[in-house]
Design a protein. Structure first.
Length: 165
């Protein structure tokens, strides 16, 4: 998206936009930070408040993803989309994307620990991969059921992790 479209949609002049943001990258960084904080809090609170047991919360991650994918305003994950455009290593934009994804994975680690999983880091990594795959699949296919399919695999993994204790 070009600056002309951004300022037109925002209803500001280029001078005003550049007064607040010195570059398009700075604007993108601010948008990622703002959106990341809101979406992360909504996601974590949704999991915590919608499910009772630790196991339900671990699997509930995929239920919330299904709800998100079913929204007619779902266009994929902002962080996945941005990192596809800004793939250079060690840039502020890439680092914000990586940090967001790391925080989601760490939240899953906490849920796995609460569930009493013996190897919570390993399970969280695998569940995060399933979640990320379901996000991309839903975006590409337009089918929110990718979260339901990912949840089936997650349930097998969670049950196995709980039975290995």
């Amino acid at each position: 998206v070009g600056i002309d479209l951004i300022v037109k949609q925002a209803g500001v002049t280029k001078k005003t936009m550049y007064h607040h943001f010195h570059s398009k990258d700075e604007l993108i960084l601010a948008a990622l930070q703002h959106h990341g904080g809101l979406s992360k809090n909504d996601f974590m609170n949704g999991v915590k408040n919608s499910f009772s047991t630790p196991k339900e919360k671990l699997l509930g991650v995929f239920d919330l993803a299904h709800t998100w994918f079913s929204d007619n305003k779902f266009f994929g994950c902002m962080f996945i989309n941005v990192i596809g455009e800004y793939s250079q290593p060690n840039t502020p934009i890439r680092n914000v994307c990586k940090e967001y994804k790391s925080q989601i994975r760490q939240f899953i680690v906490v849920l796995a620990k609460e569930a009493g999983v013996k190897e919570p880091e390993s399970l969280a990594t695998t569940l995060a991969i399933l979640l990320e795959g379901s996000i991309v699949t839903a975006q590409v296919s337009g089918n929110p059921e990718s979260a339901t399919e990912a949840k089936k695999a997650a349930k097998i993994l969670v049950n196995a992790a709980l039975n290995n204790n």
